[in-house]
Design a protein around this ligand. Structure first.
Ligand code: DGL
Length: 249
């Protein structure tokens, strides 16, 4: 007797460019059976510098494509889009939408001065102001890093540590929160420069996604290439960054 075929869960990830691949990796390790689609818009990076009109036009176009795939859920792997547009998207679509956010809550638990690095758009967003008010303390500071995401996007195969250190602001911190998924590629350099723990929103976002899908926080396994499709933007670059830079294959 043929058993009925259970269709795999289909999860669509979206970022302006390569940054969200870090979140895709964390999720792929926990969801080996799911079908994962990665949507990007590399030629428009940095999203952090787009006007509200430009951002909504770009994101609306991509979310129309995501909706056409009939996803189980979508994940906004871009802090800038979560901060500026997640609520609008949730009002438009019936599938669940999870959005990455800076891990202020987790960082502040360690005490001391927490510095949040973000794109200019995220830094001045109402959403981050609210998040810091809710979970931050009196010492929490948000710092906009105008050129950082573009630098990482353009130089990912040849990142120059000295140049990256020069682009990072000189300040003292007890914890740093990376409020842009592009910054995750240089987490080690940030850790070295400030000499303190550095947080990303990946872990919390993947936890929320797993809870939503009713999946246990399963043990880590290596991502399987056959389950991941790259759509939009520079597909070849995104695939190379994912498998070569992140997975180290
Ligand atoms: N990766 C995106 C984020 O998390 C932003 C990069 C950009 O500005 O395009 O905010």
């Amino acid at each position: 007797m043929d058993l009925p075929k259970i269709s795999p869960q289909k999860i669509c990830f979206f970022d302006s460019g390569i940054g969200g691949l870090n979140l895709l990796y964390e999720a792929a390790c926990k969801l080996p059976e799911a079908q994962l689609l990665y949507f990007a818009d590399n030629f428009k990076v940095p999203y952090g510098s787009l006007s509200d009109e430009e951002l909504s036009a770009a994101v609306d176009g991509i979310f129309a494509e995501i909706a056409n795939t009939n996803p189980t859920a979508a994940v906004i792997a871009c802090n800038t889009v979560t901060a500026r547009y997640a609520e609008v998207l949730r009002g438009k679509y019936s599938f669940p939408i999870v959005g990455i956010q800076p891990a202020v809550k987790e960082a502040v638990k360690l005490g001391g001065k927490c510095v949040v690095f973000a794109t200019p758009a995220t830094a001045k967003s109402e959403s981050l102001t609210k998040l810091v008010k809710t979970y931050g303390n009196d010492l929490t500071e948000v710092v906009a890093c105008p050129d950082f995401a573009s630098f990482v996007e353009q130089n990912i195969f040849n990142l120059d540590e000295a140049e990256l250190v020069r682009l990072l602001p000189d300040l003292k911190a007890d914890t740093v929160v990376l409020g842009c998924t592009h910054y995750i590629f240089v987490k080690d350099i940030v850790e070295k420069k400030y000499g303190c723990p550095v947080f990303t929103g990946c872990e919390g976002t993947v936890k929320r996604l797993l809870r939503l899908l009713g999946v246990n926080d399963a043990p880590i396994s290596a991502p399987r290439s056959q389950n991941i499709t790259f759509i939009g933007g520079d597909k070849e670059k995104n695939s190379r960054v994912f498998f070569n830079v992140i997975c180290g294959l």
